[in-house]
Design a protein around this ligand. Structure first.
Ligand code: CMC
Length: 391
């Protein structure tokens, strides 16, 4: 009771205390558990970062091996899950497929709701870190019409994901360190971002004591939207549209600035970063490097750079502090790696998985109360019911 202040979009409302990710939007700083994103993207691999985010410390060699082995033990997905996947049309968006399959995992892993001990939570966490990449790979294989497959225990976590996504029948899988490095980096850069829309969704669903997988499934749905993770797909589609339009970036800039046009420059702007997005800086550099080492020349990259330059010099964008965000250049790398455009947001979800898990675990360990925002009612006062014939 008492006065309720409303804050649409929670622009100034904190929902929790958290020891996971530090973000300074003015200075463009992002740190996981105290380690700078630049340092981690350069030196760590994705599985180490997952461990760091979830458990709070970088693992030593033995802890990392145990963690990885525990994950490998759980890397099978129930065969019956394939029937669910079969039921989707090939045209289904992989994000819908992924959230549905993640939700379905609850039915096949009923103990995943058990949070009565740290070890019970650990089992659920390891299980989803093992099975989620299989679902990601299945979503891509369905799109591409490839037979479903499982992982390879002899490979690293990210190598295995890559193999599961791309391995063709009767073809030897070739490891490519450039590709694996690029994937590792992208996944690390997406791994957590404090109380963003999907993470807040995971926390709020989890706060009702729904289980981890149900909470994650809700988070995936939240991520799907074009204002959030769906922006990476939208960016690439925008760049392709500009290309098809003869590279007319000016036209799209004008559309983005026109208040009567709902079009926004996708991959630009951020709720918290008002100076630059440190992830975008790293990804831009990486896009150049990856395309260079793979010997790919993509005119879309030039269009993106041109568009960025124009926006950074434009009053509209400067005044509103709109800069390229994480989604602006990531799609260009995914595309160079042969990942279909509709899979881009799935790759974001794969990267964000450890963050969602870490935030959910932190919330449950702290025993936070159910999330239940208030409102200010602005509707009708009391009215008498009128029978349908008299309306
Ligand atoms: N293009 C054109 N104008 C924009 C853009 C854009 N991309 N982003 C913000 N604006 C304008 C907006 O119209 C508003 O103008 P005015 O003050 O004249 O009304 C002003 O800038 C402030 O925008 P806002 O919508 O109030 O800001 P927000 O914090 O609510 O939204 C955002 C942040 C990221 C949703 C928004 O910038 C946006 O829609 N960007 C495009 C989609 C995108 O790239 N999303 C990915 C975000 S980063 C990673 C992730 O979360 O997945």
């Amino acid at each position: 009771s008492g006065m309720v202040t409303i804050d649409p979009g929670y622009k100034n409302t904190g929902s929790c205390e958290s020891a996971i990710t530090f973000l300074d939007g003015e200075k463009g700083i992002l740190r996981y558990r105290g380690y700078s994103i630049e340092d981690l993207a350069e030196k760590a691999d994705f599985l180490e970062v997952a461990y760091l985010l979830i458990f709070g410390e970088l693992p030593n060699k033995e802890q990392l091996d145990t963690f990885h082995n525990d994950i490998k033990e759980e890397s099978q997905v129930d065969e019956e899950m394939k029937k669910i996947l079969d039921g989707f049309p090939k045209s289904a968006h992989p994000m819908g497929v992924l959230s549905s399959l993640t939700s379905a995992l609850v039915a096949f892993n009923p103990t995943s709701v058990d949070v009565s001990s740290e070890s019970a939570m650990y089992s659920s966490i390891v299980r989803i870190l093992a099975k989620f990449p299989v679902l990601v790979a299945w979503a891509q294989r369905k799109k591409k019409g490839l037979p479903l497959d499982y992982g390879d225990d002899t490979l690293g976590y990210v190598e295995n994901i890559h193999k599961m996504m791309f391995k063709k029948p009767n073809q030897e899988y070739k490891k490519d360190p450039i590709v694996i490095d690029a994937l590792d980096k992208l996944l690390i850069l997406h791994a957590d971002h404090e109380q963003n829309c999907s993470t807040s969704t995971v926390r709020i669903v989890g706060s009702s004591h729904a289980g981890l997988y149900a909470s994650l499934s809700a988070g995936i749905s939240a991520l799907w939207g074009p204002l959030h993770g769906g922006a990476n797909q939208a960016v690439l589609e925008m760049l392709e549209a500009i290309q098809a339009d003869g590279g007319d970036t000016k036209k799209y800039m004008a559309k983005a600035k026109d208040k009567n046009d709902p079009f926004r420059l996708m991959g630009f702007g951020h709720r918290v970063y008002k100076n630059f997005d440190p992830r975008a800086k790293i990804i831009k550099k990486s896009a150049d490097e990856v395309l260079g080492s793979l010997g790919i020349e993509d005119p879309i990259l030039d269009i993106a750079k041109g568009l960025e330059k124009e926006a950074l010099e434009d009053d509209y964008f400067v005044k509103r502090k709109l800069y390229p965000n994480v989604d602006f250049y990531s799609g260009i790398i995914y595309r160079a790696l042969g990942i279909p455009t509709e899979m881009f947001t799935v790759m974001f979800a794969l990267g964000r998985l450890p963050g969602w898990i870490a935030q959910w675990r932190e919330m449950r360990l702290k025993g936070e109360p159910i999330g239940r925002p208030r409102q200010v009612y602005v509707g009708e006062n009391l009215r008498s019911f009128v029978n349908v014939e008299k309306r």
